[in-house]
Design a protein around this ligand. Structure first.
Ligand code: A2P
Length: 318
């Protein structure tokens, strides 16, 4: 397994995603994953399943399958808790749900601020413009959480190069990770190069194309990366599955990657991707597939009267 060396620990490159992992299924999925050898679990408060994950973590640790210090647990601050006075309480709730004393990594989930108690915005008034609640104010509260030992690292998610760069300039504790959507149809080379230059590790979410996301986030006739003919051809040549090719590609280009599954056989299959070595030719064939296609394009923040628009969210980055 590849690792990324960060100031307070090593992040395993391959982890288990838990977005859309249903209640009643997610605990078993996390247990299976850890039994198969996963040591990195990616969580978030808004996924609504951290308490069940916490139960699973407590069980595997109690059974001696793994020690806490062998695990890398990430979670994320939801948009309604960006106010500095809310950050500590949000992290404490996550720690209590996950039954942990500390996180390995705590991310700002989106560069989007919302009023307290809003899960998803319905109207402009549910959101707070960044001019009123700047990201650096939220970040300073995250820095304080590091000082208190509640999380070993802090980072961001869905940040453009510009937003990462601004944060690196203004912060004391640098962002360790930027977690964004990455797959062959959305390769984000400019962002990857910027983060590399800034010493920020990239984690790829929705590496399999997020086919399970809510229907409001789907468009008719969109291309399906798991069915791409080039991916299928490479998979059949390596006697691997298309998902394994996508995961091996993400690892091969130097990113961390967190495929989601609640099916034991897929959790195992995805973990085995770390053994698959793609050739340079395979890597360049996949490099040619970029469509700058965001499956999660941020349009959910564009409710009527919203201060957030996609152009400013991504700072024009494709
Ligand atoms: P399931 O949980 O039923 O296995 P992403 O990480 O891009 O969001 O993709 C997650 C989606 O891909 C889920 O719908 C998940 O379904 C499915 N999935 C996970 N692993 C595989 C795999 N090895 N082959 C095909 N589909 C997979």
């Amino acid at each position: 397994m590849k690792y990324f060396d960060l100031p307070q620990g090593r992040m395993p490159a391959l982890g288990l995603g838990t977005w859309m992992s249903a209640p009643g299924e997610v605990g078993a999925a996390v247990t299976k994953a850890i039994e198969f050898g996963y040591r990195h679990i990616d969580c978030a408060a808004i996924y609504g399943n951290e308490a069940e994950i916490g139960q699973a973590l407590a069980d595997v640790i109690a059974r001696g399958v793994v020690r806490r210090d062998q695990l890398w647990i990430t979670s994320k601050l939801w948009n309604d808790a960006h106010a500095p006075s809310e950050v500590g309480a949000a992290l404490s709730q996550t720690l209590s749900d996950l039954r942990l004393e500390y996180l390995d990594l705590y991310l700002v989930h989106w560069p989007v601020a919302m009023k307290k108690g809003v899960k998803m915005p319905q109207k402009g008034d549910d959101l707070i413009p960044l001019s009123e609640l700047p990201l650096i104010e939220t970040w300073k509260a995250l820095e304080a959480c590091v000082g208190q030992g509640k999380t070993r690292h802090i980072g961001v998610s869905n940040f453009s190069s510009k937003k990462v760069e601004d944060l690196v300039q203004a912060s004391e504790v640098k962002p360790a990770v930027n977690q964004v959507e990455l797959h062959p149809y959305l390769q984000q080379r400019t962002l990857i190069e910027a983060c590399q230059r800034l010493g920020v590790v990239m984690t790829a979410y929705s590496p399999l194309g997020s086919k399970e996301r809510p229907s409001v986030m789907k468009q008719e006739g969109e291309p399906i990366v798991l069915e791409d003919p080039t991916i299928l051809e490479i998979a059949s040549r390596h006697q691997a599955s298309p998902a394994q090719v996508l995961i091996a590609w993400a690892l091969g280009r130097g990113t961390s990657v967190i495929p989601k599954s609640t099916k034991a056989h897929r959790i195992e299959e995805n973990f085995a991707s770390a053994q698959l070595e793609l050739s340079e030719q395979d890597m360049s064939a996949i490099a040619a597939l970029d469509k700058h296609r965001r499956y999660l394009d941020g349009s959910v923040w564009e409710v009527p009267g919203s201060p957030y628009q996609r152009a400013s969210l991504w700072d024009g980055e494709q």
